[in-house]
Design a protein around this ligand. Structure first.
Ligand code: BES
Ligand code: MG
Ligand code: ZN
Length: 464
């Protein structure tokens, strides 16, 4: 017997069943257990409450099975992400899911995503739990998806001292290379030369120069999909400096760029026939004698002049120039991701990013696929009357509204001014971060809506 088959055999022999059970269905599940295991579960008062877990021993005292409560849900159909709890709560070992599993792909994905820890600076403390891919699940695809999402998480989690503008561009370059995509970047003063005045203005105070990354992949005659991501490697607020509490997490302000890269990797790995373009304006919003100032007025690539009402509203400025470039070739689909406003969090909280689009068909499709992929987002309105909040006395527009009202909407309206020719355009105001651990969503960086947008692209353009 070869070594390989020996280990494969012992692996199968050792794999413990995990019984998923709703509260109502537990009596039936209990019948599948040995009398010893059943008595143990009764003695422990196991009632299959949502997320409850119990390992039950057989007559020999060794673990016989694990029980996992799904609450009122039958088989995790409502919340497949609950399976992420298996990764953190099961004792070390190898497991498989017993019986029929609803949404096996998402259940397996949630498990794999639940196993993630950011371990660049310290070994993580997770137990060694493995789960056999549930039946009806394309294991290789799901494992690849999980890997790609964890790449995005790593990028967001990496602090700004190890993720400068140059480092983020290098990560984008490495991804492009891995997928044989074309990579181009415009750096520093060349941004002025090539007419990206706003990216330059925001990024010029930093010791590491600003840049615009431009990745192209796929056949030139395929439908054009362009992803744009806010890449602020650190947001001090600029001269309108943030408070300590507000600044603390601002390494995640490149979450939009990380999400665009994650989405791009999902699309490229799936090999779908689109001409993909990824545009990442990458800057550090730093403080120095070179900082752009409140009251400054800059031209933009689009020709719209912009008065700076607040240097902390930097994301929309760099996105404006990148979106203008994206819009110049009128893509069939244009999506941007940005950790753009604190106001989005006030409105919907950290787990439900708002998205904005004037394209009704696109909005409906995003909402539907959001449900299918369990990648939650919620539509908010591009409410035209609020455009007036951005009026400037001296320039075509201000970058902020003075009132502070409707901050996420006015930011979206600002972006929309720079997209005039592309009809299928959606903007996602993401948080990019899990403030506390939830099943399948460990605390820290999260490329929200990446799976959703990759699925959207697959649905829209797969038939080609
Ligand atoms: N990166 C922030 C937005 C942000 C803050 C996202 C906290 C997630 C959590 C952005 O650059 C910013 O500072 N926005 C300001 C805009 C304001 C000055 C109009 C905000 O939301 O306070
Ligand atoms: Mg800011
Ligand atoms: Zn920012």
């Amino acid at each position: 017997m070869t070594k390989k088959s020996a280990s494969a055999q012992s692996v199968t022999a050792k794999s413990l069943p995990v019984h998923l059970s709703s509260e109502a269905g537990f009596a039936k599940i209990a019948k599948l257990l040995s009398p010893a295991a059943r008595q143990f579960s009764e003695g422990m008062g196991f009632a299959a409450k949502s997320g409850a877990m119990l390992v039950v021993p057989g007559t020999d005292g060794k673990p016989e099975a694990a029980l996992f409560g799904t609450g009122s849900d039958e088989g995790l159909a409502d919340n497949p992400f609950l399976a992420g709890k298996l990764a953190t709560d099961l004792p070390p070992g190898r497991y498989h899911l017993a019986g029929k599993v609803a949404k096996p792909q998402l259940v397996y994905l949630a498990f794999l995503l639940g196993k993630y820890r950011f371990s660049r600076y310290r070994k993580h403390d997770l137990r060694d739990v493995t789960l056999d891919a549930p039946e009806g699940c394309d294991a290789a695809t799901i494992e690849r998806t999980a890997e790609i999402i964890c790449m995005g998480r790593d990028l967001i989690n990496t602090p700004a001292n190890d993720l400068t503008t140059a480092d983020l561009a290098a990560a984008a370059k490495a991804l492009a290379k891995a997928h044989k995509a074309k990579f181009k970047e415009i750096v520093g003063d060349d941004l002025l030369e090539e007419n990206f005045p706003l990216i330059h203005a925001v990024g010029k105070a930093s010791a590491v120069p600003p840049r615009l990354v431009d990745i192209r992949w796929g056949a030139t005659d395929a439908p054009k999909v362009t992803l744009v991501g806010k890449g602020v490697v650190f947001d001090t607020g600029g001269l309108d400096l943030k408070t300590s509490a507000s600044m603390l997490l601002m390494r995640k302000d490149m979450g939009g760029a990380a999400t665009a890269l994650t989405t791009a990797a999902l699309i490229m790995a799936s090999g779908i026939n689109v001409r993909l373009r990824v545009l990442l304006p990458i800057v550090e919003n730093a403080v120095s004698g070179l900082s752009f100032r409140p009251g400054d007025i800059y031209p933009s690539r689009k020709g719209i002049t912009v008065e700076i009402g607040n240097t902390d509203a930097e994301g929309r400025l760099i996105l404006a120039d990148a979106l203008t470039l994206a819009d110049e070739e009128k893509p069939d689909l244009l999506v941007d991701f940005a950790t753009l406003t604190g106001a989005a969090r006030v409105a919907l909280g950290p787990e439900l990013p708002p998205f904005y689009t004037d394209d009704e068909a696109l909005a409906a499709e995003i909402a539907r696929i959001s449900g299918e992929t369990h990648d939650p987002v919620w539509r908010m309105p591009l409410w035209k009357p609020y455009q007036a909040m951005l009026d400037s006395k001296y320039a075509d527009t201000n970058n902020t509204g003075a009132s502070g009202f409707a901050g996420s909407i006015t930011a979206a309206l600002f972006l929309k001014r720079f997209v005039s020719d592309t009809s299928a355009y959606a903007h996602f105001d993401i948080y990019g971060w899990n403030p506390s651990a939830k099943p399948g969503k460990p605390e820290g960086g999260e490329p929200q809506a990446a799976r959703l947008v990759a699925a959207l692209v697959a649905k829209r353009f797969a038939q080609k």
